[in-house]
Design a protein around this ligand. Structure first.
Ligand code: AMP
Length: 445
């Protein structure tokens, strides 16, 4: 398939050609016609899938195809992003793909002077790319008029919620006209995202694309069955015994990350924790030390790790299995170097058997289970509810909140408890409808 077969106009095809792209990526193949058709869209896709062009190209086409020029301070399409970096990146894409169209676009975010942003918005914009906080500041001061927005894009919506932007997003939504096209992009689908999608989207087209390099075949995956209390010792043992020199370890909670890093350090295994309570500079410092090899172990929560550029690691350890089965795929996608296999090890205690089954269903294979001599699990151990930090929802078998989840997503959310039938066997996989296969509880920063 080519870009021209997707129904894009000549100016956009030229811009795509200028970028050197010839074949649309899976998300582009699905998202472009869906957005051109004018309906709402719910897309599961991460950075690296080509999602930005997936919404930018059809968005520009729709703007170019109809409607008047924006009036003073008015905006025709609004793209909200969680971070400045992403806003800047999307802004560049809009400028690149819109270069042969007469489109005015601008990027705004906090932490820099607002006057140049006010000046840029004053004549009106076709596309405004913004982080929520600065947008609201400017809106409150009446420097921007959102009442004529035709298309709204929430990019990396899950990250926006993780970063606490839900109230800001709701305020922005209140400033928008009721009739508009909504596009929501998210890497994962927490309960909060499903709730937001349920409220925001009207009969959305649904698209799911797995990240590149997350195919399980590239990664050697092993499960060590072990008792809850022996996980730390087993981890220290594996690291020392196998001389793992660069290990990314995932924990479920911030508190757990701290405790584990401290414990490993005490056992002469240099380790640091990164999570939502650490400052950006502390995270950057830990990451730099980890990358240079000065730091042997980096302990992270899913959310902290998501914002960081860490990939192609030799070893990833799931100290605890994630609550959301898809996060397992994202976690192990961090490992594997070009040409050589990576190794993903999960330490699984009796509490986590339900989560493990959910993961095996999602990736459509049974994982090899091992028992390390000296760390044999107690066959009579009883499962306990899983500690989850925030909210503390826990259950044993991954079903405790499925019922609730099923009820709250409207059209946008497919309830839990269903199998994920997405075809994940290829380099990139996609399925027409997103389905969830999850463990219990909400995710943690
Ligand atoms: P994104 O997922 O939007 O962050 O895009 C990931 C990268 O893929 C960016 O560097 C894009 O420039 C690039 N890209 C987007 N679409 C295509 C395509 N059709 N062919 C090749 N590269 C692409």
């Amino acid at each position: 398939m080519t870009f021209s077969e997707l129904g894009l106009r000549a100016e956009l095809l030229r811009a795509v050609e200028d970028q050197g792209y010839t074949v649309p990526t899976p998300i582009q193949r699905q998202a472009i016609p869906a957005v051109l058709a004018g309906g709402d869209l719910l897309a599961s896709a991460q950075t690296g899938t080509g999602k930005t062009a997936g919404f930018t190209l059809p968005l520009l086409q729709r703007l170019a195809g109809g409607g008047a020029r924006p009036g003073a301070r008015q905006v025709r399409a609004l793209v909200l992003t969680p971070t400045r970096e992403l806003a800047a990146q999307v802004g560049e894409s809009v400028a690149d793909y819109g270069r042969h169209l007469k489109m005015r676009s601008h990027v705004i975010f906090g932490g820099v002077g607002q006057q140049p942003q006010v000046d840029a918005i004053r004549p009106g914009l076709d596309v405004l790319i913004a982080t929520p906080g600065r947008l609201l500041d400017l809106h409150q001061q009446k420097h921007v008029d959102l009442s004529k927005v035709e298309i709204l894009v929430l990019d990396e919506a899950d990250r926006m919620l993780d970063m606490g932007f839900i109230h800001d997003i709701k305020k922005v939504l209140r400033a928008l006209p009721a009739k508009r096209q909504n596009l929501l992009f998210s890497a994962t689908f927490s309960d909060e995202i499903q709730q937001l999608a349920g409220k925001l989207l009207d009969k959305p087209a649904m698209i799911e694309v797995a990240r590149r390099n997350t195919t399980a075949e590239l990664v050697d995956q092993a499960i060590y069955r072990v008792d809850r209390e022996k996980k730390r010792d087993l981890l220290a043992h594996l690291i020392t015994e196998h001389r793992w020199h660069q290990v990314l370890v995932f924990t479920r909670t911030k508190h757990g990350a701290n405790r584990l890093a401290e414990q490993l350090s005490k056992q002469d295994i240099p380790a640091m924790a990164i999570h939502g309570n650490k400052s950006q500079s502390a995270r950057t410092k830990a990451l730099a030390a980890f990358k240079t090899g000065d730091l042997q172990v980096l302990v992270a929560t899913d959310i902290a790790a998501r914002g960081l550029d860490i990939s192609e690691l030799p070893h990833v350890v799931n100290f605890e299995l994630p609550n959301v089965a898809e996060d397992y795929v994202h976690r192990i996608g961090r490992t594997g170097r070009a040409g050589s296999e990576g190794q993903a090890v999960s330490l699984v205690c009796v509490d986590e058997h339900g989560l493990l089954r959910g993961i095996e269903r999602l990736i459509k294979r049974d994982l090899v289970k091992r028992i390390e001599p000296g760390f044999e699990p107690d066959p009579n151990a009883k499962p306990e509810p899983i500690e989850n930090g925030r909210g503390g929802r826990g259950g044993r078998n991954g079903r405790s909140t499925d019922q609730a989840r099923r009820g709250n997503g409207g059209n946008a959310a497919r309830g839990g408890g269903q199998r994920n039938d997405g075809n994940r066997s290829g380099d990139e996989a996609h399925a027409p409808r997103r389905r969830r296969s999850r463990g219990q509880g909400s995710r943690q920063a």
